[in-house]
Ligand binder design. Sequence first.
Ligand SMILES: [Ca+2]
Ligand SMILES: [Ca+2]
Length: 376
Amino acid sequence: MKPQTHIRGLAGVVLAGFLFSFDVNSQCSISTNLVPNGTFESGNSNFTSSYGYNPGNLYPEGKYDVVSNPTADHAAFATCGDKTSGSGKMMVVNGAPTANVSVWCSTISTTANSDYVFSTYVASVHASSPAILQFSINGVSLGSPFNASGTTCNWQQFCQTWNSGASTSANICIVNQNTAASGNDFALDDIKMGIVAPLYVEMLGFYIKQINGQTQLHWATVTEIDHDYFSVERSSDMSSWESISVIEGKGNKENLTIYDYTDIAPLMGKSYYRLKMVDIHGIEEFSAVRVAKALGDGEKYKIYPNPTFSSVNLLTDENVEQVELVNAMGSTIYSKKVEVMQPDLAFDFSGVSQGIYMIRLMNKGQVVYTDRLIKK
Ligand SMILES: [Ca+2]
Ligand SMILES: [Ca+2]
């Protein structure tokens, strides 16, 4: 589905230095679910199917049942918990090799000219030929077909947006598009449809700046609705994220708020940052991802903080054998051998008098880098 973005309030607001980005996603989020018994907890009711209801026996193709354990209806089906609670009911289907057959349909009232999200969870109950399903509304296919996981009992959510146009009712269906004869056996649960959840945070920018080995994060919001908090998240690989700070949101407001956070100890190499925004209803959205490199492009050595009151850190991927401090008279007043090279080394200059020095990095008897260092 398309990312939901709003730029309301941008006009007239000038923030020098901000990289404007509006890529805030609200995937599959709906405000109020309109599908009755989408959880199947009421059993075989509130929906229709072109497949046959065959309670207790799913050996024939093209049949379904509403049960809490697929194995109960077919010995070769996996023992899966439902999506709703893990112990509730789900619709279990022995998919037949005929495309364009409606497996599940329901009719709901809709408001004209509104954006809706239609969403379902699907899990395979047999590993072969995972289900290929497609949404359809009022007889028109919606979006691309989607595939259930090849791993049994692995519930995955699929959703599509739909604009109601002039429609005041929607016959919503989940249609089989798989023509495989064997396998194609799956379960549906937690089917939902509703108006797209409103974006509760309108971001006006999110950028990062690197200063003295620290990463400063700056962002701004225009509107916040029921906003609870930001979680500042960091990752070294864009796949596993850790929350490094939680910053309270403003709740509800319609004016510009600027937020700042400083990561005083970024990861070695690259640090990726993103903001998770959570509203009071628990709905989550994510900002764009920004990346900070410990060393700038073409930069081999970084000494920070500078000026310093006590110690300095040396950040480098190069080999350094010795670090020296030279005073204005040209005398070496500090010299330390690097025993074990690490990408981030600390040197204690607390015993060094206030003044301006030259810090010198040596490797194989050669000076490889010099910088002016102010000791306070
Ligand atoms: Ca359920
Ligand atoms: Ca089948």
